[in-house]
Design a protein around this ligand. Structure first.
Ligand code: HEM
Length: 227
């Protein structure tokens, strides 16, 4: 308990926790993308993957709880760090200083809020079936939840495909700055390292952007069709 209090109250502890939770979330994003890309393999591959996940039962709830806790810590600390920075510098930088910061670094707070809004919308959409409920309740020929057709039908609507691509682009912008910052905040901060981490951040962000947006795009353009 004392250790936890120490971690949360010291600046180094908070930054390290922000970095560890950020890396864990990127791990989730890569895993979730690998699962979702099964849509290109077809209905059977996607629906059996979804069923295998559901069959984890209680373990799935433990993983979901862990993910939610990690996400809450990351968002909470992000807000706290932003507030602290604002308090330390109540008057905003003049234009001349601001232009030196990249678009991604200046927009971390806004892209963070967009990601939060996306996750709420996304859970209501594909996990709870509250958005587009007409596509949520179908089962395939083997009686499994028809996740494949739910996703394809959902993204045939250009509004949904466009909204997902917009939110995924915000996520990529957030990560392209967030990932290199994570390494800097745990002390790996030298011009050579910073350059490498910047490249890693941009590469991972681009990979996620291309991978995730390919799904709504392929469904919308009719490359992946209803089965
Ligand atoms: C084209 C992009 C995406 C597709 C097609 C997609 C698809 C899905 C589907 C089908 C589910 C429900 C799984 C099920 O209950 O069987 C789901 C759950 C989820 N997705 Fe996504 N997703 C996408 C992008 C994202 C992104 C970018 C994030 C994070 C920022 C994300 C976070 C989540 C979370 C946290 C869950 C809940 C996991 C759970 O219930 O265990 N997804 N997604």
């Amino acid at each position: 308990m004392l250790l936890l209090k120490k971690i949360f109250t010291s600046s180094v502890g908070r930054k390290s926790l922000m970095a560890i939770t950020g890396l864990a979330l990127i791990g989730f994003l890569l895993g979730h993308l690998a699962g979702n890309l099964l849509i290109f393999k077809g209905q059977d591959a996607m629906n059996s993957y979804a069923e295998n996940l559901q069959s984890l039962g209680a373990l799935l709830w433990v993983v979901r709880g862990g993910l939610l806790t990690i996400f809450a810590i990351h968002v909470g600390l992000g807000l706290l760090l932003t507030l602290e920075n604002k308090r330390a510098r109540p008057v905003a930088y003049q234009y001349s200083s601001t232009i030196q910061a990249s678009l991604a670094s200046r927009s971390m707070y806004i892209t963070g809020i967009l990601i939060l809004a996306f996750i709420i919308m996304h859970l209501a959409h594909f996990t709870l079936g509250l958005v587009q409920p007409e596509f949520y309740h179908n089962v395939d020929a083997d009686g499994r939840h028809d996740v494949y057709n739910m996703v394809v039908l959902g993204f045939q609507n250009p509004l949904f495909a466009g909204a997902y691509i917009f939110f995924i682009a915000s996520l990529a912008l957030h990560l392209s700055h967030g990932l290199p910052s994570l390494f800097q905040s745990i002390g790996w901060n030298s011009p050579r390292f910073n350059d490498i981490f910047h490249r890693v951040g941009v590469t991972v962000a681009l990979l996620l952007l291309i991978g995730y947006s390919s799904i709504p795009l392929a469904c919308w353009l009719g490359y992946v069709r209803v089965h």
